[in-house]
Design a protein around this ligand. Structure first.
Ligand code: ATP
Length: 448
């Protein structure tokens, strides 16, 4: 993990947040390359979950959430971790992280009994901080999807099965944020809430588990590094009928990358008005505040029914860490040297190509390199950079380290015969290619 963290800082993927004031635990900032990788991962998810389908629509809802949303969702009562204090070192730990009844900080056995600690952040709303008008920072993106169910349905005329997808920030006051960006207090989720008729829920749950597993493989994670974990009944969240977690072997151990839950009719059943007018199977609290009917007509007998929900919920930051971890390699070279290379899938690479004039500031070479940069950039396949530093070897090394799939060198031959040298990141092979075939070649490499 240390090597990854060091690369992330050195090359501008991830920085400690608020660093110049001593940093803040559980918060990270994504730098120039990090934001590109993150955006590429989001785009791959959005393509697969929204654009490639006709049964899913997107949403970008507010982060600040009215307390009623999180009251009826069950979060006010149940979104807690059991917390233990060490009386000796004053450390605070999640009870399930304590091993052998000893404080993980100082080893003392003088610990308090576990007590529930709500993970939601609160903030006051409006000019008067009287403790009454407050909002929560959403602890998951899902709830805003449920409360927008009728809006999306009415505005898109979708019929079941259909889904609503959202990518966005979520906030949890984690007791022990740790393992770099694996467990943080502010993170991003990529969530789909897929609404299905009761009775078809188990089939759809299986479908989404398989589909999501395949998607992670397409992001460069070998299937052998992923595992499906059937969450035991006693550990299921209050809303879940069944949950399968996709587990990945992170550098610190095997942990959850994504959870795929069958949330039954709990969510829409909790947030709908006129609850007694429907046959709701989940145990929901009485709701007299909601103003919307969150139900649809059954295709067979036209009765009104509260849909079941299948939720694939992926952590973007955990995905970022996983693809980076898989891509990170050190290779021995013939000359007893080593190179560090990030073999990212080209669609995820923060920089897609570097154009390097052989000689720094040579007018003709730089002009041609700029022309090539403009032409490849205009394909809108991602970032293409011009490297006018004149040191080819250094540029190759830097771009290997940040995962750039190709480097294109413009030399004096290029001016005479309209060819450039294209170097492949993984094989390090170099090939001379005509400039007028570059656009096609580049498109094929990035879209493969
Ligand atoms: P964990 O058991 O690891 O705390 P969880 O079961 O509480 O996770 P979910 O509520 O299912 O997580 O959230 C869905 C996804 O959001 C997780 O699979 C994970 O990828 C991501 N996630 C959850 N909590 C965090 C966090 N504190 N930091 C980064 N990502 C997170």
């Amino acid at each position: 993990m240390e090597e990854l963290v060091s690369l992330c800082k050195r090359r501008g993927f991830v920085f400690q947040s608020n660093e110049i004031y001593g940093g803040m635990q559980g918060l990270y900032d994504y730098g120039p390359l990090g934001v590109e990788l993150k955006n590429n991962l989001k785009a791959a998810w959005w393509s697969s979950m929204v654009y490639d389908r006709d049964d899913v629509e997107g949403l970008d809802a507010s982060i600040l959430s009215k307390p009623s949303v999180l009251k009826y969702s069950g979060h006010e009562d149940t979104f807690t971790d059991p917390l233990v204090d060490c009386k000796k070192c004053k450390g605070r730990w999640r009870a399930d992280h304590i091993k052998d009844k000893a404080c993980p900080g100082c080893g003392s056995a003088d610990l308090t009994k576990p007590r529930p600690f709500n993970l939601m952040f609160k903030t006051s709303v409006g000019p008067v901080d009287d403790g009454k008008s407050f909002a929560y920072l959403r602890p998951e993106t899902a709830q805003q999807i449920f409360v927008n169910f009728k809006n999306v349905l009415d505005s898109t005329s979708k019929s079941m099965p259909f889904g609503i997808a959202q990518i966005g920030k979520a906030f949890r006051n984690e007791v022990t944020p740790r393992n770099f960006i694996f467990r943080t207090r502010e993170f991003e989720q990529m969530e789909l809430e897929f609404f299905v008729e009761r009775g078809t829920d188990e089939k759809w749950h299986d479908y989404w588990v398989k589909k999501r597993l395949r998607w992670w493989c397409e992001q460069g994670i070998p299937e052998g590094r992923l595992k499906l974990f059937d969450v035991p009944k006693e550990d299921l969240s209050h809303y879940s009928k069944k949950t399968v977690d996709i587990m990945y072997s992170f550098p610190h151990g095997e942990e959850e990358l994504e959870g795929i839950a069958n949330r039954s009719d709990f969510d829409l059943g909790s947030h709908t008005k006129n609850q007694t007018g429907f046959e709701i199977h989940a145990k929901v609290a009485e709701n007299k505040e909601s103003t919307a009917k969150l139900a649809v007509q059954n295709s067979k007998d036209k009765s009104w029914e509260v849909p079941y929900v299948i939720e694939p919920s992926a952590g973007l930051d955990r995905g970022f860490l996983a693809v980076l971890n898989e891509a990170y390699k050190t290779e021995s070279l013939d000359n007893d040297k080593e190179r560090l290379v990030l073999s990212l899938a080209p669609h995820l690479s923060p920089i897609k190509a570097a154009i390097i004039p052989l000689k720094k500031n040579n007018e003709d070479l730089v002009a041609l390199a700029k022309k090539i940069k403009r032409s490849l950039q205009s394909l809108r396949l991602g970032r293409v950079v011009l490297e006018n530093s004149g040191n080819i070897g250094k540029n190759y090394r830097r771009h290997d380290e940040v995962g750039t799939p190709v480097c294109i060198t413009v030399d004096f031959d290029s001016l005479d015969n309209n060819t450039v040298t294209i170097r492949d990141r993984d094989s390090m092979e170099q090939e001379s290619v005509p400039i007028d075939s570059l656009e096609n070649m580049f498109t094929n490499i990035i879209s493969k």
